[in-house]
Design a protein around this ligand. Structure first.
Ligand SMILES: [Mg+2]
Length: 167
């Protein structure tokens, strides 16, 4: 696999660190947002501190937002409803199916879309394959399961090469 497919456009610690300045710099009009370890702890329906205010900031800056998660609809939909966003669940990242479904809702060109998430092998790889931009986050909470543990192991060496802004 070519290495650049695993490199994000930028990296920050928390989703709320994505500032209006960074959004302007990236030149994007829409964001596809991961849920687990991005907006809320895995399986939790309570968003991380500051997330609602950050979403309000996006709205004020006319950035369209769709939640795009690999998790099940029964996890993703109630959370999306609670923060007032549309969602695509079971999106099969890094494959393009979910991003394409989300993109249809947005009517944006791929280069105007930013994918935000905490995983290189789903969020970042998927964004790069779709020709979208990406911001990688630092995972905040443990996620259990064989495939996530494997993906986290694969991420270790790549993360060493990625500078986290503001750190
Ligand atoms: Mg995640």
């Amino acid at each position: 696999m070519r290495k650049h497919l695993l490199m994000p456009t930028a990296a920050v610690k928390y989703v709320t660190d994505i500032s209006p300045e960074l959004i302007r710099e990236l030149g994007i009009d829409a964001i596809l947002l991961d849920v687990d370890n991005t907006l809320a702890p895995p399986a939790s329906h309570i968003a991380y501190e500051g997330v609602q205010e950050w979403l309000d900031m996006l709205k004020a800056n006319h950035i369209a937002v769709v939640i795009c998660s690999n998790n099940y609809r029964k996890r993703v939909k109630p959370f999306s409803d609670s923060v007032g966003l549309e969602c695509v669940s079971m999106s099969l990242k890094p494959f393009p199916f979910g991003f394409n479904r989300a993109k249809k809702k947005l009517k944006e060109k791929p280069q105007s879309v930013l994918v935000v998430g905490d995983q290189i092998y789903t969020d970042v790889l998927g964004a790069n394959l779709a020709g979208m931009k990406s911001v990688l986050l630092v995972p905040r909470d443990e996620e259990h399961g064989l495939t996530i543990m494997l993906r986290r192991k694969l991420e270790v060496n790549i993360r060493k090469k990625i500078a986290i802004r503001g750190n």
